[in-house]
Design a protein around this ligand. Structure first.
Ligand code: GLN
Length: 535
């Protein structure tokens, strides 16, 4: 087993996830089998109950585990499916250890952070390494070196590093290199301090990745090399990407990173083949046209809340060679008339929870339906479009979801039957990959080109079966259903160029070279709309 540990210093939000994904990508393109683990040192068992304003979007894996958005980055860069084991949290580790203690498995002993917690962390890392059969396992440690919460993890990784020995492990430290505007000089002192902190824990970095607005100068690289005791070729510059994060593997390769890693880890083999990846980035950077899509949500102040949607549009953008500008629209502002929907070529309503802002989403769904603007609703967006249809086409003024108004006379969206009696909120939704059957006579089929698809889910509510016939007889067709035929998965509107929605989240399976079909469908319809409305 070869191990690469990625830590972060100075500040959080440095793009460690992209650094990890990009290193993994260049190794994968050398023909190696890679796997990635994300460590989240928080006490939460998983990310499922957290608000997107905490750490950004909650990402969902095939097996239904709700995880940090970095696992989304890994999946997008590597196009390999990950599972719950790829995410280790303090909550998971402690839960296992405490359960074991209650069973009496440590009988007679005092249970301690070292060795019991650290052993459990190590066991989990080794298990992924063995289970995946990967040549190289990358472990990204969330948070910043020096955080109390990450101490047991760093200690466990230090121990694994020693067990594996020189030539089998590498420590990569990502830090911030700020520029002081007054003098315009790249400052290395924060990096020096952060490396000192790491050394105090017993870890010496082999590679230092310096995040900076611009490329690190040779002088900065030499300074970091000197002060932090790494060779100058192991100081890697990570400037802000021009168009997208997908440039980063190339940026790293220009600095011969894979060669350095291969030398240190005694891996031979060919140079990374980044031809397709480069082509993708070039298409992204050279669009022939552009469209603007409005995303109506309530967490729009933090763009990471809808990261997978943003990426799905980037993937579609490269596919079509059309720039997709996203206009973020706060659903509450829409509700109060402080924002409007003019000038858009398409509208997306993403998923969400809670009543706040739902009336704004309903307004957006109505506007798109009446003005024949391409529309895509995802999960809560799907549900709100059904509510809008019931109110304004079926004429049920008080139609709603029982999530928001349990006493509504027209509960067109209602709790999934299997959710009745579920009281705990963590990990109990209808989650993960589920089979969806698509009607051949539908736009959805044209987009997917398949009758059977698997998409990821995360919901408790669904279309109430007793309204289905009535809704369909008014022109909203359910063209995708689950295997039993009782759960509505996709609808599309007749007499509208593109008005579609899904109960599932296609954004989670969107990949650079395989964009989400529904986002792609929306983007194509938006382009069509723009072309037919420009004279
Ligand atoms: N709140 C809705 C439900 O639980 C939608 C969930 C979502 O958008 N992910 O069904």
């Amino acid at each position: 087993m070869k191990l690469i540990v990625v830590t972060g210093g100075v500040i959080s939000g440095l793009g460690k996830g992209i650094t990890t994904s990009s290193i993994a990508k260049i190794l994968q393109q050398k023909g190696l089998k890679v796997n990635v683990i994300k460590i989240d040192p928080y006490i939460n068992y998983d990310a499922g109950t957290m608000n997107p304003y905490q750490h950004g979007e909650v990402f969902v894996l095939d097996d239904g585990t709700e995880v940090d958005l970095d696992l989304g980055n890994y999946e997008r860069f590597l196009d390999i499916p990950l599972n719950g084991e790829n995410n280790i949290t303090t909550g998971k580790v402690y839960k296992t250890v405490i359960e074991r203690e209650r069973k009496g498995e440590y009988l007679g002993k005092t249970v301690q952070i070292i060795p019991h917690i650290t052993d459990e962390i190590k066991r989990r890392i080794y298990r992924v390494a063995k289970g995946s059969g990967a040549d190289v396992v990358l472990v990204e440690v969330g948070g910043t070196v020096g955080d109390i919460e990450s101490m047991p993890f760093l200690e466990a990784l230090r121990q694994i590093g020693r067990e594996l020995g020189e030539g089998n492990r590498l420590f990569v430290h990502t830090t911030l290199v700020p520029i002081l505007d007054v003098v315009g000089e790249q400052k290395t002192k924060p990096t020096q301090h952060s490396v000192k902190e790491l050394r105090a824990i017993g870890i010496s970095p082999d590679i230092i990745v310096g995040r900076c607005k611009v490329p690190l100068t040779q002088e900065t690289k030499e300074k970091i090399s000197n002060f932090c005791d790494v060779p100058v070729e192991a100081v890697i510059s990570a400037p802000d990407a021009k168009t997208s994060v997908y440039e980063v593997p190339m940026l790293f390769e220009e600095q011969n990173l894979s060669e350095y890693i291969s030398k240190k880890l005694k891996i031979d083999g060919r140079k990374p083949d980044l031809v397709k990846w480069k082509e993708f980035v070039e298409r992204l950077e050279n669009p022939d046209d552009e469209v603007t899509i409005g995303v109506v949500g309530k967490y729009v102040n933090l763009k990471d809340s809808y990261l997978s949607h943003k990426e799905a549009f980037i993937h579609s953008s490269a596919f079509l060679k059309v720039r997709i500008n996203i206009k973020w629209i706060d659903s509450e502002n829409l509700e109060n008339g402080r924002e409007d929907l003019r000038g858009l070529h398409g509208i997306l309503i993403p998923g969400g929870f809670g009543v706040r802002g739902t009336e704004g989403k309903i307004k957006a769904a109505k506007y798109a339906r009446e003005n024949k603007i391409p529309f895509l609703g995802i999960c809560l967006g799907f549900q709100m479009a059904v509510v809008e249809f019931a109110r304004n086409v079926l004429g049920y003024e008080d139609a709603n979801s029982t999530e928001f108004f349990p006493d509504t006379k027209h509960p067109v969206i209602d709790l999934l039957p299997e959710q009745r009696g579920v009281n705990e909120l963590g990990g109990t939704m209808r989650l993960g990959s589920q089979k969806v059957l698509i009607n051949e006579d539908s736009k959805a089929y044209k987009l997917y080109g398949e009758r059977i698809i698997y998409e990821r889910h995360r919901h408790r509510y669904e279309v109430n079966e007793s309204y289905i016939n009535e809704i369909e007889s008014h022109g909203m067709r359910f063209t995708g259903k689950d295997e039993t035929g009782r759960k509505m998965e996709i609808f599309e509107l007749e007499d509208h160029p593109f008005y579609m929605a899904s109960q599932f989240h296609p954004e989670f399976k969107s990949r650079p070279l395989k964009p989400s079909r529904l986002h792609l469908g929306l983007a194509m319809a938006a382009l069509e709309y723009k072309r037919s409305h420009t004279y």
